[in-house]
Design a protein around this ligand. Structure first.
Ligand SMILES: NC(=O)c1ccc[n+]([C@@H]2O[C@H](COP(=O)([O-])OP(=O)(O)OC[C@H]3O[C@@H](n4cnc5c(N)ncnc54)[C@H](O)[C@@H]3O)[C@@H](O)[C@H]2O)c1
Length: 396
């Protein structure tokens, strides 16, 4: 069922399409957290970046009233409650999946088979089997010019994109080890209620799939490397939480730890938690090479710490690069230098890169293959943790 949005909130004007072509029609599925973040990106991308013409056609959700309200607020022309009907429409060219992980495979595969370009939120899927099916569908679709991408939005933080450039240019030499910690505390309160994110059947895993997926993707993105070996540990600190009908079992991890061995010989440590009291959305990445080091903290996302160990020791020290110059990735499109940007801009960059890839007919990154690659690592962490490959400390 589709519902026109109330006339009081017309969709934002879009650039005029080239003569003889119509604007790309976009549908987004899910209108809550990511649905809102993505809608904001669709709504403002053309104001800052040169992108092909498109229209925010339909926003999809389950509750007709709530999704209609969201569609009107976020600039979508219509709302709908049945994603199947929407992806079969001829005027829809792009499907942006902002629904929970348990729906990713079904929607993405159906959309790709219907000839739609697909952007899907992370993690790629809840299970390896689903992720493999999605990747196969994406490869088949790509052969017909249909593009697909996974939403690891932190790749689009300018400071992290700059870090990748510096590493690739050899500015920190050979990378020896990396620390990637992603810490939140929204589950620190043992009385925080059950959500789909705490059930294995809906979320696949807990902090592991939710935020270690970002941290692992960053390690692979920054270093351009592959993981060869994994050692993992998972923990659930609060085993029951208040559900709608009384206490309910938590069936996913609250926190996860892993060490990753990489092809280059580098080692990465990954530490993630949703019970790290006081840490709201703290993604910290440190990269140590033989010629220098880089530091990043999402709470200061316009900054990158850089130590150049090729300088005389008496001059060395971490310098703070304010990643806000037109020379920096994505920044030319935004404000004059020093007028900093925020978390939501990463989604605008993501939509810009996706639209550009569609226009150019090139495969966007991170691809479903890259999402699957992360999924293999997540799976290995889970298996390692389940095998309890730990030794008891012996005291003599
Ligand atoms: N990139 C990031 O930083 C980031 C942050 C949070 C979440 N995510 C990912 O985004 C995805 C969604 O998470 P969220 O936090 O937005 O979840 P959410 O619970 O806030 O929203 C889920 C949305 O999916 C919709 N939905 C559920 N079932 C549906 C159905 N059958 N038909 C249509 N719509 C349906 C709901 O109506 C809701 O709008 C997940 O994969 C999550 O891991 C990514």
């Amino acid at each position: 069922m589709t519902t026109p949005a109330p006339p009081s909130e017309p969709p934002a004007p879009r650039p005029v399409s080239r003569p003889g072509t119509r604007p790309l029609g976009v549908a987004a599925i899910g209108y809550a957290f990511m649905g809102k973040a993505h809608s904001n990106a669709w709504r403002n991308v053309a104001s800052f970046f040169d992108v092909p013409a498109f229209e925010q056609k339909v926003l999809v959700g389950r509750d007709a009233g709530a999704v209609a309200e969201a569609a009107a607020k976020y600039g979508w022309a219509e709302s709908a409650t049945d994603w199947r009907t929407v992806i079969s429409r001829d005027d829809i060219d792009i499907v942006d999946i902002c629904a929970p992980g348990w729906m990713h495979a079904e929607i993405a595969i159906a959309a790709l088979e219907a000839g739609k370009h697909v952007l899907v939120e992370k993690p790629l899927a809840n299970t390896l089997a689903e992720a493999e099916l999605m990747t196969a569908a994406a490869a088949k679709a790509r052969a017909k010019g249909i593009q697909s991408m996974i939403g690891f939005n932190y790749r689009r933080v300018p400071a992290l994109a700059l870090a990748k450039e510096l590493i690739a240019e050899g500015r920190i030499g050979t990378v020896r080890h990396v620390r990637a910690a992603y810490l939140q505390d929204w589950l620190a309160d043992a009385q925080a209620p059950m959500t789909w994110r705490l059930r294995k059947e809906t979320a696949g895993s807990g902090a592991l799939g939710d935020i270690a997926s970002h941290a692992i993707d960053q390690v692979l993105f920054l270093l351009g490397d592959q993981v060869t070996e994994v050692s993992g540990r998972l923990s659930t600190f609060v085993n029951q939480r208040p559900g709608t009908d009384g206490p309910e079992d938590v069936t996913v991890d609250d926190a996860a730890w892993a060490t990753l061995s990489l092809t280059s010989g580098a080692i990465a440590s990954v530490e993630v938690s949703r019970l790290a009291t006081g840490r709201k959305n703290s993604l910290q990445i440190e990269i140590y090479g033989d010629k220098g080091s880089l530091l990043f903290d999402l709470e200061n996302l316009n900054e990158l710490g850089f130590l150049d160990a090729t300088l005389p020791v008496r001059e060395q020290g971490f310098r703070r690069i304010l990643v806000n110059e037109p020379e920096h990735p994505y920044l030319e499109a935004w404000w004059p230098q020093g007028h900093i940007i925020g978390w939501e801009h990463t989604f605008t960059h993501q939509v810009r890169d996706f639209l550009t890839a569609i226009k150019d007919g090139t495969a966007p990154s991170p691809s479903f293959e890259e999402g699957l690659n992360v999924q293999y690592v997540l799976n290995a962490v889970e298996e390692s943790a389940a095998n309890k490959s730990t030794l008891t400390v012996v005291r003599h």
